[in-house]
Each structure stands twice: as structure tokens, then as C-alpha cells.
Design a protein. Structure first.
Length: 323
């Protein structure tokens, strides 16, 4: 956690993890993704059937770690460097018990476009993997489903004019505000398993100065999908009704994951690297910490949850290898 690794700046943390895992005797590959940012892949045998995985990048800003008797605070504590620590300890305990058909996969860029996972999906070693246990903050529950993620850019065009004579122009800001209200009122898809589609207007930009009618405006949308892409786009286009344009920035579909007896299970609203790791066997999702604390200024994870996660990862790997 002392190594800053905001998305786009994972070079140092990847190098640290690679050297650390090599010191434990793992075969390690550092896979170049972009701009010197590398995925870390490690395995303990010639036939790694189960991989523990999560991401190395964090959202901004970097928050140095602190701790007390109960919690570790700071950026990445629960999303997802605490998870990395629990997974490595679990893997080492399994190896001590003679269970060595395991591997570790740590990606870059999960918080942005998933470029690391997309690159990892092309690795030959993925074909050996039967089960991928991905780590995200799930409150130690086994997530059996996760919503999709659709990032879109909404753009409206207008005509500049002097603000004293607004009738001579066409405000793109007023236009995009009207469109956004109609989008918020739109009836987006629902699903019995995944629940409701949720939409967040994350950014709004536009205009030149207060005394100029705005010639352009844009808004960034992030939609958590419960369906295929087409029904969502159809609803959005109907709400927009030709008044603006939509550009897809990234898209991953909702995923159903493996149910395992003996674990508390639930569906989560967020998405993960899993939709981009389709060649890595059957996916599972479990990790310590709460997603409600991730991406916040108070991000933390409980020490006892990190310790419990180690045992849960061990148990899960054993169950999968014995299937």
C-alpha cells in the first residue's frame, strides 16, 4: 500500500509483486500491457488449475496507509491490495499442505478500461486454469453474480451567441440538461436475478464563459447493466430522441458465477475483471472488505476480515480441486 498505483501508474507495484513472488519460488511472468505497466502472473506447478486474482491499480487520489488495532486505512486497503495479501498468504498455506496446483494473477487498469485483463486473456497459461477466484470487496460473501458496466459519453451541440441575446444562439447546456432528465426518467431494464439497472451521471462539462451561450456540452454516464447491451441503448436513444449523441467508452456484460455450498452468497452491483477473463475457466468472486468503503476518503479493511479471507480462499481452492 505504500507504493502508489493509481490506474496508469502501476509500474512500480507490479515490479515489487513480481520480485516478492519470485522470492517464494513461484514462476513469474510480467506481461507488458501498455506504457511499461505489466500484469503479474505467478504459478507454483506445471499444471495450475486454480488461480487467485485481483487488480493492482487503485482509484485516485493516493492515500498513504495507516492502521490501528482493528483496521488498516488508506487507498487500496480493501480495493484491492488487502485482497492481494490475503490471497498470497492463502496460496502459501496451501503449498505448505502440498497443494501446489495454484497460481496468482494480478492485473493493471481494472478501475479504467480493463486493459490488463484483456491482455491476460490471451496468455497461453489461461488454458490450464479451470477455476478463477477473483477478489473484490464482497464482505466475505461469495458473489454468484455481478452487474455489467457501461461507460458512455453524451454530447450535445448548440450555437454560441452573446448571453444578452440568448435567442440568437442555442444552448447546448440547456439541451443536455433536458436530455439527462429524460434519461433519468427512462424505464431501464430489470432482471429477476441481477435486479435493476442503475445509472450515474458522473461528469458534466460545457460552455465557454458565463457571457456566452454554450456551443457544446457533454456528460459522462456509468450504467450498471442487468441485461445485454441492445435493450439499454434502445431505451437511451428513445430518451435522447436525436437531441444528442452517445459514444460507448467501455462495456462489460453482467456475469453469473459459480455457486459453492457452504458459503454465504449474493449478487453484487459492481463489475470486475471477470468479463474480460473468459479463457481462465469458471469464475468465482470473493473478498474481504466492503464495496461501500472502496473509492472513498475513509477506505479501510478490518484486520480480522483479511485473516478470515485467507481461510475462505484456502477452503474454496480445496473444494474446487476436489470437485
Amino acid at each position: 500500500m505504500n507504493i502508489p498505483s493509481v490506474s496508469g501508474n502501476e509500474q512500480q507495484v507490479g515490479g515489487f509483486l513480481g520480485e516478492y513472488l519470485e522470492s517464494f519460488g513461484y514462476e513469474v511472468e510480467l506481461q507488458e500491457v501498455v506504457d511499461g505497466r505489466k500484469n503479474v502472473i505467478a504459478w507454483a506447478s506445471d499444471n495450475p488449475k486454480v488461480f487467485l486474482s485481483t487488480h493492482m491499480d487503485t482509484v485516485p487520489p493516493f492515500i498513504p496507509p495507516t492502521e490501528d488495532d482493528e483496521k488498516i486505512y488508506g487507498r487500496g486497503s480493501c480495493d484491492a491490495k488487502g485482497i492481494i495479501a490475503s490471497q498470497i498468504i492463502a496460496a502459501e498455506r496451501l503449498r505448505e499442505k502440498g497443494i501446489g496446483d495454484i497460481g496468482l494473477l494480478y492485473t493493471v487498469d481494472e478501475e479504467e478500461s480493463g486493459a490488463g485483463a484483456r491482455a491476460a486473456n490471451e496468455l497461453p497459461i489461461a488454458e490450464k486454469c479451470k477455476y478463477l477466484i477473483n477478489g473484490e470487496p464482497t464482505d466475505l460473501d461469495l458473489a454468484i453474480g455481478s452487474k455489467g458496466s457501461l461507460r458512455m459519453l453524451l454530447k450535445a451541440e448548440g450555437k454560441a451567441a452573446h448571453s444578452a441575446y440568448p435567442e440568437m444562439g442555442d444552448s447546448a447546456i440547456e439541451k443536455i440538461l433536458d436530455v439527462l432528465q429524460d434519461i433519468l426518467n427512462a424505464d431501464l431494464p430489470k432482471d429477476d436475478f441481477f435486479g435493476e439497472t442503475t445509472l450515474n451521471i458522473g461528469t458534466i462539462k460545457g460552455g465557454l464563459k458565463t457571457n456566452v451561450v454554450a456551443p457544446s456540452a457533454e456528460a459522462g454516464l456509468h450504467i450498471r447493466m442487468v441485461s445485454e447491451l441492445e435493450p439499454v441503448v434502445e431505451v437511451l436513444e428513445k430518451a435522447i430522441s436525436g437531441r444528442a449523441t452517445l459514444e460507448t467508452m467501455s462495456c462489460s456484460l453482467p456475469v453469473k458465477m459459480l455457486e459453492v455450498e457452504g458459503f454465504k452468497q449474493k449478487v453484487v452491483r459492481f463489475t470486475t475483471d471477470i468479463p474480460y477473463l473468459t479463457n481462465w475457466g469458471t469464475p468465482l468472486l470473493l473478498g474481504p472488505g466492503s464495496i461501500l468503503d472502496a473509492h472513498t476518503s475513509h477506505e479501510f479493511v478490518l484486520n480480522r476480515d483479511l485473516e478470515e479471507a485467507v481461510g475462505l480462499y484456502e477452503t474454496l481452492v480445496k473444494k474446487l480441486l476436489n470437485t
